[in-house]
Design a protein around this ligand. Structure first.
Ligand SMILES: Cc1cc2nc3c(=O)[nH]c(=O)nc-3n(C[C@H](O)[C@H](O)[C@H](O)COP(=O)(O)OP(=O)(O)OC[C@H]3O[C@@H](n4cnc5c(N)ncnc54)[C@H](O)[C@@H]3O)c2cc1C
Length: 387
């Protein structure tokens, strides 16, 4: 625990006076960001430590965490991501068994391409099994037979009910004593050496021993508030849409994408979820749809399927934020004591959520096992090439 007087101490590097209208409060850990990253970490930490989550928006998970394609795909991403995804899936499967309705639905991932591209992918990905042309058409009869040469299947991939997963993390954290505050944008983060931090969040002034940066697209901005070196975390726009089709969609069909990941589509109830898979650097913010991206995508999917897209039910855009090497940034900052990074999850923040939260919690509580040392090093904010 940290002294409540910290909030009134003269900050070494504050731009102006701190606002302490409601008086200071003490926490072991203050998590900035109420998306899936911040809430999952609160779930892991709250049974052991006093935790507060501060979210700028009036609702939790307003940004990237409510705009995903809701997939957990073990074959997707580099090796550390695949490991974290397998662990998360294992956890969510167990947790889901205790819920009134399961939150995972099998949604195999079907990857299409040339013979060479698919063979190369299968050779380096243990989760992928090659399919014959006939087997592929059987799995996805709405494909134009000439739209691909070869295909491979990840039958371990799942669709996940993300709102239920986030609600699980939130409710478990709160039940264990965490405080979750919305309308609480962090405006200043003042380090007090090894003692901790004073943080203004909305109108509150809070003190905490550890500050966690789980601010998604704003992670580098939040770091700069605390005088912490940024890590080159760049938000990238990605859109998705739910569309209606002329021919009925098989609700149990696979997620389909080409090896170059230039689009994907999958059933979404009676409709189709589609994405142009664009990855365009953007400023942090409330990302908005570019209509031309969706129109072009509809033509592209029209060319590879016989479904006949008839209209857009809804479309959205979110931000996938990652550093130059594409891996999350997780761990204590080496220069500013007790400042912890949980950011840069890119397109994997849902499928790695439980395992990344577990890894982060172990680092914060000093309980990391030797087995996870290499994984923690791969994600370290101090790794070469960041920022
Ligand atoms: C179209 C699309 C499809 C995707 N599909 C998948 C998928 O299928 N599977 C998958 O695993 N991932 C997917 N992703 C990626 C996934 O959505 C993200 O990796 C994940 O949501 C990131 O979570 P987060 O909590 O870090 O970020 P966010 O959900 O953005 O949360 C960060 C929060 O920090 C808050 N914040 C920022 N600054 C401050 C401040 N100063 N004070 C207080 N709060 C602050 C923000 O308001 C925000 O709520 C997809 C993303 C997109 C855009």
């Amino acid at each position: 625990m940290f002294s409540t007087s910290l909030c009134n101490a003269a900050p070494a590097n504050a731009a102006g006076p701190l606002l302490c209208q409601h008086g200071p409060m003490d926490y072991d850990v203050l998590i900035i960001g109420g998306g899936i990253a911040g809430l999952s970490l609160a779930w892991r930490l709250a049974p052991q430590l006093s935790v507060v989550v501060v979210e700028a928006e009036s609702t939790l998970a307003f940004h990237s965490s409510s705009r995903s394609a809701r997939q957990m795909q073990p074959s997707y991403g580099p090796a550390p991501i695949q490991e974290l995804t397998m662990r998360t899936l294992e956890f969510v499967e167990q947790m889901s068994a205790g819920l009134p309705a399961p939150i995972l639905v099998p949604r195999p991932l079907l990857t299409l391409g040339t013979q060479n591209d698919v063979a190369a992918l299968v050779a380096r990905n243990a989760h992928l099994v090659p399919l014959s042309h006939a087997e592929t058409m059987e799995r996805s009869p709405d494909l134009h037979p000439g739209a691909f040469e070869a295909a491979a299947l990840d039958s371990t991939a799942m669709e996940v009910d993300v709102p239920s997963l986030i609600e699980f993390y939130r409710s478990q954290a709160v039940a264990a004593g965490a405080l979750v505050l919305t309308n609480s944008r962090v405006g200043s983060v003042v380090p007090h050496g090894s003692a901790g931090f004073s943080v203004t969040a909305g109108e509150r002034c809070l003190t905490a021993g550890v500050v966690v940066n789980a601010a998604g697209a704003w992670a580098d901005t939040v770091a700069q508030l605390g005088g912490v070196r940024s890590r080159g975390l760049v938000p990238h726009r990605r859109s998705a849409a739910i569309v209606s089709t002329e021919h009925a969609v098989n609700p149990a069909g696979p997620m389909v994408q080409p090896t170059d990941e230039s689009y994907y589509f999958r059933p979404d109830g009676p409709h189709l979820l589609i994405s142009p898979c664009e990855s365009i650097p953007a400023e942090p913010g409330d990302a908005q749809v570019v209509d031309a991206d969706i129109s072009e995508l509809i033509s592209r999917i029209g060319a590879v399927t016989t479904l006949g897209i008839t209209g857009v039910v809804r479309a959205w855009t979110g931000l996938r934020t990652h550093p130059v090497d594409g891996l999350p940034v997780v761990g204590f900052d080496a220069d500013v004591p007790n400042f912890f990074w949980l950011a840069g999850q890119g397109g994997y923040g849902i499928q790695t959520s439980a395992a990344l939260a577990g890894l982060a919690a172990a680092l914060i509580t000093g309980t990391l096992t030797d087995d996870d040392g290499a994984l923690a090093a791969a994600l370290s904010p101090q790794r070469a090439g960041l920022g």
